[in-house]
Design a protein around this ligand. Structure first.
Ligand code: PNS
Length: 160
């Protein structure tokens, strides 16, 4: 799917190897990928949107076709504003499916020009989530297998 823009939305609180896997694969499929950090007022987050953007940027300096941005509003509107053809989401397990399916259908209704594409998570990331990373960090566990070294200290400083 060349000559197209895709967006990878999420909370990224914080970004993990699971998200990074999806971002790398999207960057291989599209000319330009915009990773968008959502301002979700209904979700209690550990990092501000700007902190999350900065952590993502630190993890992907080599990806020249990927931009990182934040948005506050409807994803369907953001996609329209950016001329995005696709919303890329990672699917870990069946438990993700119902919620993701609902969001995909809603976004299609709000913006019929954008398709939601699901990428199956790589096997090693099936169980991985930002909340799991924060829980392990808060209990003194080693998070090296779940997040890149460049953001490890940012996470440990905030969580502890
Ligand atoms: O990483 P998350 O928390 O699963 O990401 C959820 C996200 C940010 C993709 C979702 O909450 C979202 O799209 N929020 C923007 C608001 C919106 O467009 N809502 C209507 C679509 S269901």
């Amino acid at each position: 799917m060349k000559n197209s823009i895709a967006i990878c939305p999420g909370s990224f609180d914080p970004i993990t190897y699971g998200h990074l896997d999806i971002i790398h694969r999207a960057a291989n499929m599209f000319d330009k990928v915009i990773v968008v950090v959502a301002h979700n007022k209904n979700k209690v987050t550990s990092f501000t949107p700007l902190e999350r953007v900065n952590m993502i940027k630190k993890c992907i300096p080599e990806l020249n076709n990927v931009e990182v941005d934040t948005f506050d509003g409807l994803l369907a509107d953001y996609a329209k504003q950016k001329g995005a053809k696709a919303i890329i989401k990672g699917l870990r397990a069946m438990s993700d499916f119902e919620y993701e399916f609902q969001m995909a259908l809603t976004n299609k209704k709000l913006n019929p020009d954008v398709e939601t594409l699901f990428l199956t998570t790589s096997a090693q990331n099936m169980y991985l989530s930002s909340s799991m990373v924060k829980q392990i960090a808060s209990m003194g566990g080693d998070i090296s297998s779940f997040v890149p070294e460049v953001i490890k200290e940012d996470i440990l400083e905030r969580i502890n």
